[in-house]
Design a protein around this ligand. Structure first.
Ligand code: ZN
Length: 262
């Protein structure tokens, strides 16, 4: 495989944030996003999301939907790793069980930079099992770190979790996991640092996708870490007992390009 940078595609990926629509409402107005009941099984499950509300149309009709199966053999290599930089600070632990996942809301001041674009970390949350696949392989869980730029565009960093060593940072969250839905809980005197969830090796795959929950808005920049991090089987089981299935099925790649940053 050549290392030719598909420059036009790269600019498209970077430029999409400038051209993209604002998605701030998806993230900042949970009331709107939960106005129509959706879930992961039965009549409100992913196959029906697009029919549940006019606002959810893209879930059924979108051509740039997430998640996808990332096939390394098909990607375009870009060797310029410097395009991505992450600057996460510890934050006071603010947790919410929104009924679909456990979400940690992040205080201002942590961000990632992709090219010239800066995206602030808003929150992170978990899926069981993984939503993306890597070369056809599912992982036990997937962490999504959700960021927004000043002009309202979204970038999500995804990190796979697989069964292995006990994860002390994850346990801080699990110990505080609220059973009650819809109430943000501030855990007194406990901080959390999202950078603890990044694998040591930062090779990642990038493509233009969507939110994986209704309204499935597109033009979301996805950066999926290739190296998983570990959590113990007991930790994975603990999450899965609260959320047996909260992963959207695979979507079509269509005419999108996936790029690998090594
Ligand atoms: Zn997610």
């Amino acid at each position: 495989m050549t290392n030719t940078v598909p420059r036009r595609q790269l600019l498209k990926l970077l430029g999409m944030s400038i051209l993209g629509t604002s998605f701030s409402s998806c993230i900042t107005s949970p009331a709107r996003a939960t106005s129509v009941n959706w879930g992961y099984i039965g009549k409100a499950g992913p196959e029906h999301w697009g029919e549940l509300s006019p606002e959810y149309q893209l879930c059924g009709l979108g051509r740039q939907q997430t998640p996808i199966d990332l096939q390394i053999a098909d990607v375009k290599n870009v060797t310029n790793q410097d395009l991505l930089s992450v600057n996460y600070q510890p934050t006071a632990l603010h947790l919410i069980n929104n009924g679909k996942t456990i979400q940690v809301n992040y205080q201002a001041g942590s961000y990632l930079k992709f090219g010239q674009q800066q995206f602030e970390l808003l929150q992170f949350h978990f899926h069981h099992i993984s939503e993306h696949r890597l070369n056809g392989k599912s992982y036990d869980m997937e962490l999504h770190l959700v960021h927004r730029s000043q002009n309202g565009n979204l970038a999500v960093m995804a990190v796979f979790l697989e069964a292995g060593k006990f994860n002390p940072t994850l346990q801080i969250i699990w110990d505080a996991m609220p059973q009650e839905k819809g109430v943000e809980t501030r855990i007194k005197d406990i901080n959390i640092d999202a950078s603890q969830f990044l694998p040591a090796k930062h090779t990642f795959l990038a493509y233009s996708g969507s939110l994986t929950t209704p309204p499935c808005s597109e033009n979301v920049l996805w950066c999926v870490m290739e190296t998983p991090i570990e959590a113990s089987t007991a930790q994975i089981v603990q999450f899965s007992q609260m959320f047996p299935v909260n992963a959207r099925p695979l979507q079509q790649l269509n005419d999108r390009i996936v790029m690998e940053f090594i």
